[in-house]
Design a protein around this ligand. Structure first.
Ligand SMILES: [Fe+2]
Ligand SMILES: [Fe+2]
Length: 167
């Protein structure tokens, strides 16, 4: 009934899968380099993108489509923190642009529920964009101190855990 919507929703599933893979890759590498704050941000965002996949898939199945589980892009093997944040910010910018367009396309095809879903996702992607943008600003403002502070935070947390009495 809603062939156009199914195609757009599946394109979104593919992009969300790419985001999950990319952010998990960044999460692992930030964790490995000792940047806990950024590692946590990438992990939490990856989980949110996974929840987007769930919402999109539920809608596809409700309108009797088939969910295609295939990422749209391979993972970029970026290890530099500034380049990670730039890549992530560009991905969110792309999602905001696409989901706004696709919301309109679903509306034009008389599928207001899919339209609303895309509009709700735009709000989340704008928030993700803003989070990455803020971290990039911090990085350019504080330079290497920003990363050094994150490493020191990890040492403090580990020291506090070691000092805590056993339950
Ligand atoms: Fe998303
Ligand atoms: Fe996002």
């Amino acid at each position: 009934m809603h062939a156009k919507s199914v195609a757009l929703l599946n394109k979104a599933v593919a992009d969300e899968l790419s985001a999950v893979h990319q952010y998990m890759y960044f999460h692992f590498h930030c964790n490995d380099q000792g940047y806990d704050l950024l590692a946590g941000l990438f992990q939490r965002t990856a989980i949110e993108e996974m929840l987007h996949i769930e919402q999109l898939s539920e809608r596809i199945l409700f309108i009797k489509g088939e969910v295609k589980i295939a990422a749209s892009e391979p993972v970029s093997e970026i290890k530099d923190v500034a380049a990670m944040l730039q890549k992530a910010r560009a991905m969110e910018e792309g999602s905001v642009r696409d989901y706004n367009l696709w919301a309109n396309e679903c509306g034009a095809a008389a599928d207001s529920v899919s339209k609303k879903l895309f509009e709700a996702l735009v709000a989340d992607e704008e928030r993700h964009y803003d989070q990455y943008d803020t971290e990039l600003e911090n990085l350019s403002k504080f330079g290497d101190h920003y990363l050094a502070l994150q490493s020191m935070e990890r040492s403090k947390t580990r020291a506090a855990m070691a000092a805590a009495p056993a339950p």
